[in-house]
Write a protein that binds this ligand. Structure first.
Ligand SMILES: Nc1nc2c(c(=O)[nH]1)N[C@H]1C(S)=C(S)[C@@H](COP(=O)(O)O)O[C@H]1N2
Ligand SMILES: [Mo]
Length: 340
């Protein structure tokens, strides 16, 4: 039986269509499609009509078998979906989740039998009240809300995704951090039996597992920092980090750690997977910053993936903090070239 998630509150951080995609970007895309002959009298063609040899997002045989649970939406939540947001079919088939392989279509192909029930998420370390959440607790401990956020990968592609979840800071507050707590460490599930990338370092891209991430405590308490338990009106599919994953929209995507089993408050900066692997390229902070290039490529622009084919990408300028200036105060006296 599917369980229904009722969205009770709508956050001020939920973006409207105009907030998520600049109007000129949307218009340019239509102009391009028109020049290519893809817009007829009825507007944009369906995804099917655009699919073809250039549709590199299609995986050979994804045949998802993982059971997602339906969410019920009120009318008001439904109308908050941005029309040019990334289609669900793309956001759930073009993924980075190295536990299942490094190709973009490996996660959807190889994660469908991930077992998420039962699940245990522990919040521990320097807290007054350690918390253990079961699978069901993930959906009922805090009110669920929808947030439409941009996701900017360090590889210079981006998407716009409607998440469902709650503020990370609200969960941390329940655990009552001690005054000695300065950082938050996250860990993904370690399950070599289920995750082929954890069995074979070539499949897993050389990452040391479990995948770990971290935030400064003040970053974690910022209202934009979000724990997601669903997307596009349903519980998360495994390839997107079921049953619960972090979303820090002002940071490069690799900070948004998937399938979390542990959140520990600490007094020391915790190790993070990509920093541990290639420290010269990936720092602890990883704030989206168009003025600080990756050593091997520019971060000034990005490919916004909006549709089901190569023609539905738009090159847009990358914005400071990915367009979330409300986090700037967290870094006001820091040299962001040094703390990349
Ligand atoms: N555990 C784990 N979390 C992860 C990753 C990963 O390989 N393993 N990849 C990261 C990267 S690089 C990105 S861009 C985002 C992608 O999230 P999405 O597939 O939901 O778009 O997940 C992040 N979280
Ligand atoms: Mo990424």
């Amino acid at each position: 039986m599917p369980k229904f998630i009722h969205l009770r509150s709508k956050s001020s951080s939920a973006l409207s269509e105009n907030d998520v995609t600049d109007e000129h970007v949307y218009k340019n895309r239509r102009t391009l499609l028109k020049q290519l002959g893809f817009i007829g009298a009825s507007g944009l063609l369906s995804n099917k009509a655009l699919a073809g040899p250039f549709d590199w997002f299609k995986s050979d045989d994804p045949t998802p078998t993982f059971k997602q649970q339906a969410l019920s939406f009120t009318q008001s939540n439904a109308k908050n979906y941005p029309i040019p947001s990334t289609p669900e079919s793309i956001a759930t088939s073009y993924n980075n989740f190295y536990e299942f392989g490094t190709a973009k279509d490996d996660p959807i192909k190889h994660s469908q039998s991930l077992s998420v029930e039962p699940w245990t998420l522990q919040i521990d370390g320097l807290v007054e009240k350690p918390i253990t959440l079961s699978y069901d607790d993930l959906f009922k401990t805090l009110d669920l809300e929808e947030r439409i956020y941009r996701l900017r990968c360090v590889e210079a592609w981006s998407m716009v995704i409607p998440w469902i979840g709650f503020e990370l800071g609200k969960l941390i507050a329940l655990a009552q951090p001690l005054s000695s707590a300065k950082y938050v460490a996250f860990s993904t599930l370690l399950s070599p039996e289920q995750m082929r990338g954890q069995r074979n370092q070539f499949v897993g891209g050389g990452v040391e597992y479990p995948y770990v991430e971290g935030l400064r405590l003040d970053e974690a308490m910022h209202p934009l920092a979000f724990l997601s338990v669903g997307m596009y009106g349903k519980t998360l599919p495994p390839q997107n980090g079921a049953p619960i994953r972090l979303v820090t929209p002002w940071k490069y995507g690799f900070k948004s750690i998937k399938s979390i089993v542990k959140i520990s408050l600490t007094d020391k900066m915790p190790p993070t997977s990509w920093n541990r692997l290639i420290p010269s390229e990936y720092g602890f902070y990883a704030n989206v910053n168009p003025t600080v290039d990756h050593p091997r490529w520019s971060q000034a622009r990005e490919r916004r993936i909006e549709g089901s084919s190569v023609f539905d990408q738009e090159r847009v300028n990358t914005q400071m903090f990915n367009g979330y200036p409300e986090v700037a105060d967290l870094y006001k006296n820091m040299d962001l070239r040094k703390f990349y």
